[in-house]
Design a protein around this ligand. Structure first.
Ligand SMILES: C[S@@+](CC[C@H](N)C(=O)[O-])C[C@H]1O[C@@H](n2cnc3c(N)ncnc32)[C@H](O)[C@@H]1O
Length: 293
């Protein structure tokens, strides 16, 4: 026998009231994260943050967002878990290989002209992007005299990144993306294997420093010939994207390069006139020298 459950039909006023309450709960949750953990999520795209918080409600088996707040306030474990879930830490080796291929062809020859090079990778997550960059530089003979500064807001992912160990191991998809990036060797040559874990060669790891940095609160991290920030600004609202882009622009030396994610754009940024497009599909831009602005 099928028992029909009654679904309450909400009138327009109740729907508006429910949405208003949910918005208050989201604001309270964001304030609690900021005050308790120091992460300001107010500049992140609202729809995406809302979706993630709602998923937390389901996974934590609570009935509303407000019920997450005591957990956040009193449990260190929940704080770390919620931050990990809200900041999205997925990464992989040679992600979007076209970017790496274009870097190899159009940008690295320019970097060769500098006796010493600094590369800033902002929002590095578990480190795969920095590892890929080190491999690329090694293959074109530019790793010596280059320092890769990899930064992230999340201290947990930084701890993992520093080990040089691949979170998801090494598989044939990684090898395919490496080849599509113009790789000239075998990807496994850059990793040692022990107990089923793959660790980046120490020689490459020595050229990468991993540090905490919040793109939205901290100053320019370093002066760099190349800044890469991919798949981070996609989570920010427009104003916040523009402040992040201004920070990156300020950290670039004249004629230095900026790489953003394939789904990110400069179209709505006031910086668009200060940067020259090198490869639009690969999202590679170059800071114009002041004479060209
Ligand atoms: C999706 S991952 C991108 C990783 C890598 N760039 C890539 O494309 O594979 C986004 C990373 O941005 C970091 N992030 C988010 N907000 C940040 C902020 N305000 N400052 C620095 N890093 C931030 C997250 O912690 C996360 O590790």
């Amino acid at each position: 026998m099928v028992i029909a459950t009654e679904i309450p039909i909400l009138d327009e006023q109740s729907i508006t009231e429910t949405l208003r309450t949910k918005n208050i709960e989201i604001d309270l949750f964001i304030t609690a994260i900021k005050e308790k953990v120091g992460y300001d999520l107010s500049g992140y795209a609202r729809a995406s943050i809302k979706r993630r918080i709602e998923q937390l409600v389901i996974d934590e088996n609570v009935t509303c967002i407000a019920e997450l707040i005591p957990k956040l306030l009193y449990s260190k474990e929940c704080q770390a878990n919620y931050i990990n879930r809200l900041t999205v830490n997925v990464s992989e080796l040679f992600r979007h290989p076209n970017s790496f291929l274009s870097l190899r062809k159009s940008v690295l020859p320019y970097l060769e002209s500098f006796p010493r090079r600094d590369i800033w990778i902002a929002g590095c997550a578990t480190g795969e992007e920095a590892y890929s960059m080190a491999i690329l530089l090694e293959e074109v003979g530019l790793l010596n005299n280059t320092q890769i500064h990899a930064t992230d807001i999340n201290t947990e992912v930084l701890k993992q990144a520093k080990t040089g160990i691949l979170t998801k191991g090494l598989n044939k998809d990684d090898a395919a993306r490496y080849q599509a990036s113009g790789g000239t060797s075998s990807l496994s040559n850059y990793f040692s294997t022990a107990y089923n874990k793959h660790k980046l060669s120490q020689h490459l790891l020595d050229h990468i420093s991993f540090s905490h940095h919040n793109i939205l609160q901290d100053k320019v991290f370093c002066s760099a010939q190349l800044v890469m920030c991919r798949n981070v600004m996609i989570y920010f609202d427009l104003n916040t994207q523009n402040s992040a882009l201004a920070l990156f622009h300020n950290s670039l030396v004249q004629n230095g390069y900026l790489v953003i994610g394939e789904k990110e754009s400069l179209i709505n940024s006031p910086l668009i006139n200060l940067l020259k497009t090198i490869d639009e599909p690969a999202k590679i831009y170059q800071r114009k020298s002041s004479a060209n602005v």
